[in-house]
Design a protein. Structure first.
Length: 458
């Protein structure tokens, strides 16, 4: 069934069980974010101490250090910390009613090899700041409130994105995750499995990694947009309606390797030429899809010599669309176009074969979570807010990337908040979100989580 954009629920949420939403400590939020970036900082690009990127790969020594820091901070505010079989950290503060599932705020602390300081890290620090604010104000929530640090969201070291939230959701088998082998081992060293590294750093927990063992009443996530829309439109907050579906393929084109100088054009079966035409055709399909995108990020050619016509060209195709039917139509049209090019547009013709690498359906976030975020955003940057100048500074937006929230949404109401990203850049050392936008996003997230908690019938 196609996933369609849903309007936010009309349900009205109060700001919380204990009155108006408390104000977070913005300076403390930013200090914590940059302090934790000392664990794994890399790729300096400026003179200020915060002007570095990150290389904190999942389960390396820097990841261990930041996890121990997070555990210490959580215990200092009387929260419990539980670790499951995937190293996911569940931090919980009790509420008035003890025997119900917590409302969680979550994201991840691992980064890309050449990553930035905000992707994932901002979301975890926002969750910690929410718990700190509850603790110091004595604010009593209806049910427990929690923070989750999901393991290996990026997949940069262990090549499986959103791995541990996938195990929690029942999408990824535990054995497959544990046996996943790192791809960043130094030359001459033995690549390690995910389970071995969990054990080495002391985060192989005993609790079953599943939504049954660790149920959630809801999951909220703050994240940088990783794209240009909010900044381009002069907006401060994105209320995420859902996440695009995406399908990944490897396309293999097979022709015939021949001498580049002695083989006339009309006699060729040039795999690379065919692949190039297919990639251009795929881009045309995306332009005509009504909101979809298509990317080729990897290409390998054989025999890869300067004076030999390519026998084989393999390339990846990443197809994305927020509507499941439109996504399937994009794939089908690409397959038809590629087959036509192989048969009719490559002199003597080539063969083409598709291999599916992964398929992920579009996700539509829960209307109650979306409504809670909309109301929290209205309070902070709606047309009647103190800083908006009578202009609404938030908008509904789709996520172009996958997130742990997509897996969480399979088993609990889920919502996301986006903040602007400078120049739309992410997965790069210069990734940046201003302190003002980080703090605003964290305040909106906090307000939304409290609204959802207050609406619970306990």
């Amino acid at each position: 069934m196609a996933a369609k954009m849903q309007a936010g629920s009309s349900q009205a949420f109060s700001s919380g069980a204990g009155g108006p939403t408390p104000r977070i400590n913005g300076q403390r939020l930013m200090d914590s974010l940059h302090s934790t970036c000392e664990f794994g900082k890399a790729h300096r690009y400026g003179d200020h101490h915060t002007e570095t990127g990150m290389a904190r790969l999942s389960l390396n020594d820097d990841d261990k250090a930041v996890r121990l820091w997070l555990k210490e901070q959580a215990e200092a505010i009387d929260c419990t910390v539980t670790v499951d079989q995937m190293g996911n950290m569940f931090i919980v503060r009790p509420g008035r009613t003890k025997d119900v599932a917590p409302v969680y705020i979550g994201s991840h602390l691992d980064t890309q090899m050449t990553g930035g300081r905000y992707d994932g890290i901002l979301g975890v620090m926002a969750g910690l700041e929410a718990l700190r604010t509850l603790h110091e104000t004595g604010y009593e929530t209806q049910g427990p409130m929690g923070l989750v640090n999901w393991t290996n969201e990026e997949g940069a070291r262990f090549p499986m994105v959103t791995m541990s939230s996938g195990v929690w959701a029942g999408k990824v088998p535990l054995s497959a995750a544990w046996e996943c082998v790192e791809i960043t081992a130094p030359a001459g060293s033995e690549p390690q499995t995910f389970r071995a590294e969990l054990e080495r750093i002391g985060f192989l927990g005993e609790r079953e990694a599943s939504h049954r063992a660790t149920p959630m009443a809801a999951h909220f996530e703050l994240h940088i947009e990783q794209g240009p829309v909010l900044e381009r439109e002069g907006l401060r907050i994105g209320v995420v309606a859902g996440a695009q579906g995406y399908s990944w393929y490897e396309v293999e084109v097979t022709g015939r390797d021949c001498h580049a100088g002695t083989t006339p054009l009309a006699a060729r079966r040039d795999a690379l030429l065919a692949a190039a035409r297919m990639i251009v055709a795929g881009n045309t399909v995306a332009k005509q899809s009504g909101g979809g995108v298509l990317t080729t990020g990897v290409m390998r050619v054989e025999p890869a010599t300067i004076n030999t016509i390519a026998r084989v060209a393999r390339f990846t195709v990443d197809v994305r669309h927020p509507d499941a039917d439109a996504l399937a139509a994009m794939v089908a049209r690409c397959q038809a176009e590629f087959a036509r090019i192989a048969a009719e547009d490559c002199e003597q013709g080539v063969d083409v074969r598709w291999t599916c690498l992964t398929e992920n359906e579009p996700v539509v976030f829960h209307p109650d979570c979306v409504a809670a975020i909309e109301q929290a955003a209205d309070e902070e940057v709606g047309p009647d807010s103190a800083i908006s100048g009578h202009r609404k500074l938030w908008t509904s937006i789709w996520s172009g990337a996958g997130h742990d929230s997509c897996n969480a949404s399979k088993h609990c109401p889920t919502g996301m908040v986006f903040t602007p990203t400078r120049d739309g850049l992410s997965h790069t050392p210069t990734e940046y979100c201003s302190p003002e936008d980080c703090i605003l996003g964290a305040q909106v997230l906090f307000g939304a989580a409290l609204r959802f908690d207050a609406s619970r019938r306990l």
